[in-house]
Design a protein around this ligand. Structure first.
Ligand code: PLP
Length: 408
């Protein structure tokens, strides 16, 4: 993984396109000769934004190697770009490993970061040479001993839930404090090599002192392993939870301060402590924009109600989990003021296209008057959108086409 940063620096375009240019690009797609069906609903991928985010990562967290969490958005062009920029990958299944290997990425750039894996998937990892995985149960250790005994292991630990994350993982993932010793002993008896620790502070975190709390528990786990006579642990995987924008520098500072506090003598590169992370949202979210169309309209009790062609069963599935932030630009097609700047707005509701009565994308939202086939453009739509939506009512989220705003 050495040289990643240098490789990135050689890349040409690093700047994301501006909002105005994005809107201009979306208008050009809409008025292009593409098939109508393809321009009704589409993603725009800004690879300049992706490159800029990778740059920001290394600028702030030079010592932390990112393994992009594929589940967040497995868009093929996006993965290809991440592979070219030299990141590693966090894969959770056989299919995700297959996808990454098919890009020509070597298996040592993959962590199989799923604490409970199917036996057939473990066998596959052994076959293709993916030799790093996570665990948090005795049962998992038994499966790994049987099918992939040479695999290096990271013990996923449960960390204090102090990050205020929208998506919390603690009730399902991570060894509890009193499970750590029995798990380490079981690994020792099975002659498996536990080389480090992993954790996740929760996705869409807002309080980054959580990294300090988590790194403290990780340090205690390193010390416990040494006390039990296991070979010295040398990998710390700090998981995901990062968001792009001003919050990232806050998170990076918290990580660096905690590393300095709990691993002061283990400067990366010197004594061989390898620090890795599994960011998903950080890289994917602002790389993608979603252009939807108005497919229906009615006025009720003074409220303007619209239907669009994506919703809570699809790309906006995160609304079900308490994610409350949608950034939206209305785009009128038949006017000289397409983004409706300064226009009168109305209390509006926006429904998704399915028969689910809870498929409501926006409520009590101020919008200008829009017509059939006008657009609603949603920004920052790359994280857990297409990858997590379903095909309810035949609206196939995974089939939404992608256009490229900034390919070269
Ligand atoms: N690593 C693991 C094991 C995860 O489960 C997830 C998200 O579900 C991630 C990394 C990515 O998290 P985020 O998108 O918050 O960076």
């Amino acid at each position: 993984m050495e040289g990643t940063e240098a490789k990135f620096m050689e890349n040409g375009v690093k700047k994301p396109v501006s909002r105005d240019d994005l809107i201009h690009f979306i208008r050009s797609v809409v008025s292009s000769n593409e098939k109508q069906q393809e321009k009704d609903l589409f993603y725009v991928l800004d690879l300049g934004a992706t490159r800029s985010l990778v740059n920001t990562w290394f600028y702030n967290l030079r010592m932390v190697q990112p393994f992009y969490a594929v589940k967040c958005n497995p868009n093929p062009a996006f993965l290809k770009e991440m592979a070219a920029l030299g990141t590693g990958f966090d894969c959770a299944s056989l299919a995700e490993i297959e996808t990454i290997l098919s890009l020509g990425v070597s298996p040592d750039r993959i962590v199989f970061a799923n604490t409970c894996k199917m036996e057939s998937h473990i066998k596959y990892a052994a076959k293709v040479g993916v030799n790093l995985t996570t665990f948090d149960s005795i049962c998992e250790l038994e499966k790994i001993r049987k099918w992939h005994p040479n695999c290096a292991l990271l013990m996923r630990i449960k960390v204090p839930e102090t990050s205020g994350a929208t998506f919390k993982f603690g009730s399902k993932f991570g060894a509890l404090p009193d499970e750590i010793v029995p798990l380490l002993r079981a690994a020792q008896e099975a002659k498996l090599q536990v080389i480090g620790v992993s954790f996740h502070i929760g996705s869409r975190a807002i309080n980054f002192h959580a990294f300090e709390d988590a790194i403290q528990v990780a340090k205690t786990t390193f010390d416990t392993a040494t006390r039990l006579g296991l070979p010295k642990m040398h990998v710390l995987n700090i998981g995901g939870g990062f968001t792009s924008g001003p919050k990232f520098t806050e998170a990076a500072s918290a990580v660096k301060a905690a590393l300095q506090k709990y691993f002061p003598n283990e400067q990366p590169g010197n004594e061989g402590l390898k620090i890795m992370a599994e960011p998903g949202r950080f890289f994917a979210n602002s790389s993608f924009t979603l252009a939807t169309s108005i497919i229906g309209k009615r006025v009720r009790g003074g409220v303007k109600e619209y239907w669009i062609n994506d919703g809570v069963s699809g790309s906006m599935n995160f609304l079900k989990y308490g994610h409350d932030e949608l950034v939206c630009t209305p785009l009128r097609l038949t006017t000289k003021n397409p983004t409706c700047k300064g226009m009168k707005t109305w209390n509006s509701t926006v429904f998704g296209p399915t028969c689910d009565p809870e498929d409501i994308v926006l409520k009590d939202f101020e919008l200008p008057e829009l017509d059939l086939n006008d657009r609603l453009v949603f920004h920052n739509m790359g994280a857990y959108t297409a990858s997590r939506g379903n095909d309810f009512n035949g609206f196939k989220t995974s089939a939404i086409p992608t256009y490229f705003a900034n390919r070269n």
